[in-house]
Every structure is written in structure tokens, then in C-alpha cells.
Design a protein around this ligand. Structure first.
Ligand SMILES: [Zn+2]
Length: 252
């Protein structure tokens, strides 16, 4: 079974996504950034037949730090399976880093207290985040890590890494796959908006139209690339990733 370890599903896409789950095409960790988003994810995806195939992740994204109070959302943090994505970003946002750090630490404390795994967003702040996470216990997933440095620091912290769909054309991703043990690798799409961005930027010649089937196909291609780099069969790679996912979410 394929697992999308980090995705965002827009409201308009929920029915199609629901069908993919129903057809047993994948399992996923679905992230929400607002309480409204969390509620409609719950409503559409926690039906009897998708239960178990979806884990819900909730966190105040670094881009939103300062816009809402952590305390106001405590009930959701308590209910969600995973805390994230949380972290810091000095590349895609001008949100002040001091505020981002405050929110990041607050949510890490909360995750440790609630004994929930976290999903980390590290863009441009890889060094700082590698330092901060040393202070907190619990399972950590680094999503779409795109930096040639500090990989060893994260490996030392026993982090999981979710590889995005650009790994064929992204040298940082290739290096990451080589360095990280297969027992800590996962796959992710980061949702349709990110796939669209990738298609328009790095993969533009490869794909003409965009749908969840395209995203599945790209995930399978990525799985194949990882299996090749790790010199194992695609089937073994897929099974290992499912085991990694189960371990990350605490399924067994
Ligand atoms: Zn994301």
C-alpha cells in the first residue's frame, strides 16, 4: 500500500480523494492549518470506510505563526493524531522568525506533552531546527527536506524523512535518499497545489494534466527512483515504507 506521508487536501478535492481511499489506492497523513480545514477533513474523511486509512495532522504553520493563539486550538491539538506541519521558514515567508520560533517551540512542547509525533517544515532554517529538536522527545518527520547540509544531525535525532516527487531532478533529494537509512524514508506529495508548482517549475515537460491519478503515478515513479538508489525491489521499498509509516504513527 502506498502512503502519502504529508498532503494537504483542498475542500473542493475531498470527494475525489475520498474515492481514492475507498478504492484502497493509498493511505495518507492529511494536514490542516486551520480549525475550519481540520473540521471539513474530519467530516469528509472520517467516514467508516476511510477510517484507518487517514491520519489527521494539525498544526500552526510557520507562515501563520502569530495569527492565532495555540491555546484557542488546544482541543484540536488534543484530538489530532499528529502535530504538524510546524517549524520555521525564512524562504517562502517574511513572517518574523522570532514569532515563528515561539510558536514552533510551543507546539513542540505540546506534542511532547501529548505524546504525539510531529511533522517538520524546515525551509531555510535547517540548522536552527536541527538544534531545537534535540530538546524534545518523540517521533519526528522532516517533510520535503531540501538542503545539502545538516542531514547527519537529523539522522542522529532518528528523524523520518518524506521524499517529495521531485527527487529525480533534485540533487538534495538524491543525496538525502542515499544518506538516510531505508527504515526512515517515506513518500509525500504535499498536496495538489505543490504538485502544480512542481509541474510548472521542475517537471513541466513530463506531465500535461493534473489529477489525483497523476499524483499516484508520480508517487509510483518516485518510489521506483528510491528503490533504484537503495538497490532494492520496488515491492520491498513499498513494504518497508509502509512499515516506516506504521512506526511513525505508532500503529504497532
Ligand atoms: Zn505541507
Amino acid at each position: 500500500m502506498l502512503v502519502d506521508a504529508h498532503t494537504h487536501i483542498e475542500q473542493k478535492d475531498l470527494l475525489v480523494f475520498q474515492t481514492m481511499l475507498k478504492d484502497k489506492k493509498l493511505e495518507a497523513i492529511v494536514s490542516s492549518r486551520t480549525k475550519e480545514e481540520y473540521q471539513y477533513h474530519k467530516e469528509f474523511l472520517k467516514k467508516e470506510w476511510v477510517e484507518g486509512q487517514v491520519k489527521f495532522s494539525f498544526g500552526i504553520h510557520p507562515w501563520d505563526a502569530g495569527k492565532v493563539e495555540v491555546e484557542e486550538l488546544l482541543h484540536i491539538f488534543k484530538e489530532a493524531d499528529i502535530i504538524g506541519e510546524i517549524g520555521m521558514d525564512s524562504y517562502w515567508t517574511e513572517n518574523p522568525l522570532g514569532i515563528q520560533e515561539k510558536y514552533f517551540i510551543k507546539q513542540l512542547e505540546l506534542a511532547e506533552h501529548l505524546q504525539k509525533p510531529v511533522v517538520l517544515h524546515t525551509k531555510g532554517q535547517e540548522k536552527k531546527i536541527a538544534e531545537i529538536i534535540k530538546l524534545f522527545k518523540g517521533r519526528k518527520l522532516v517533510h520535503w527536506y531540501d538542503c545539502p547540509l545538516y542531514v547527519e544531525d537529523y539522522i542522529k535525532e532518528d528523524c523520518f524523512f518524506s521524499i517529495n516527487l521531485d527527487c529525480e531532478k533534485n540533487n538534495n533529494a538524491k543525496t538525502l535518499i542515499k544518506k538516510v537509512p531505508i527504515e526512515r524514508l517515506l513518500l509525500e506529495t504535499d498536496g495538489i497545489i505543490s504538485i502544480k508548482w512542481l509541474l510548472e517549475n521542475q517537471l513541466k515537460d513530463d506531465i500535461k494534466e493534473l489529477s489525483f491519478d497523476t499524483s499516484l503515478m508520480l508517487m509510483k515513479n518516485t518510489l521506483k527512483s528510491i528503490a533504484e538508489i537503495k538497490n532494492i525491489s520496488v515491492e520491498k521499498c513499498e513494504n518497508q515504507m509502509y512499515e516506516n509509516y506504521s512506526l511513525f504513527i505508532g500503529k504497532k
